[in-house]
Write a protein that binds this ligand. Structure first.
Ligand SMILES: [Zn+2]
Length: 182
């Protein structure tokens, strides 16, 4: 509890973090932003600390110290995409005593219960998306950066027919971008 207590030691700091719970648009242009529906937040209070506890309880995960700390780091900053390494680095900077393996495990647990969406860009590169609604992504190759595309902006000609006995669970589109050549 020491690290977390340190992070949230004063009411003003807590208020500062709580104010960061305001949903922030993450998209590309003004036009695009206006069409992004606000994320569903249910009955959450707007304070990440309480939200994290409520989120964990809602999906049946015990709010352990490590899950709370990592959940707080993940969800306090609005919609974003992080890799395990990025979150591990943030945890280390915030003096949360946690190993990279625990960060991996926690991210996968959060994904299994639907708090996060995993987005694989290459075989080896996985991002975890705090926006678990249906949407697609731009991937900027030279910056390793993932950006949201609103679902309405991707036109798929026709979804493929799934094999007998299967249905399409979801379609993930990653549109890879590079700087214009020449
Ligand atoms: Zn996303």
């Amino acid at each position: 509890m020491i690290a977390i207590a340190t992070i949230l030691q004063s009411p003003s700091q807590r208020a500062m973090w709580c104010s960061m719970a305001e949903p922030r648009p993450v998209s590309l242009s003004q036009n695009v932003q206006q069409r992004v529906p606000p994320p569903a937040r249910g009955d959450l209070t707007g304070c990440p600390w309480h939200d994290v506890k409520a989120k964990l309880r809602e999906v049946g995960l015990r709010p352990t110290r490590q899950r709370m700390a990592l959940g707080w780091l993940l969800f306090a900053k609005g919609d974003r995409h992080v890799t395990a390494e990025m979150l591990y680095e943030e945890a280390t900077r915030a003096k949360v005593p946690v190993s990279l393996a625990t960060v991996y495990n926690t991210l996968h647990q959060f994904t299994e219960v639907g708090l996060l969406r995993q987005v694989s860009v290459d075989g080896s590169k996985s991002y975890f998306d705090t926006n678990n609604s249906q949407h697609h992504h731009f991937f900027i190759e030279d910056k390793n950066d993932l950006l949201d595309i609103p679902a309405a902006d991707v036109l798929l000609g026709k979804a493929p027919a799934p094999p007998e006995g299967y249905e399409i669970a979801r379609i993930d589109v990653v549109v890879r971008l590079r700087r214009k050549q020449g």
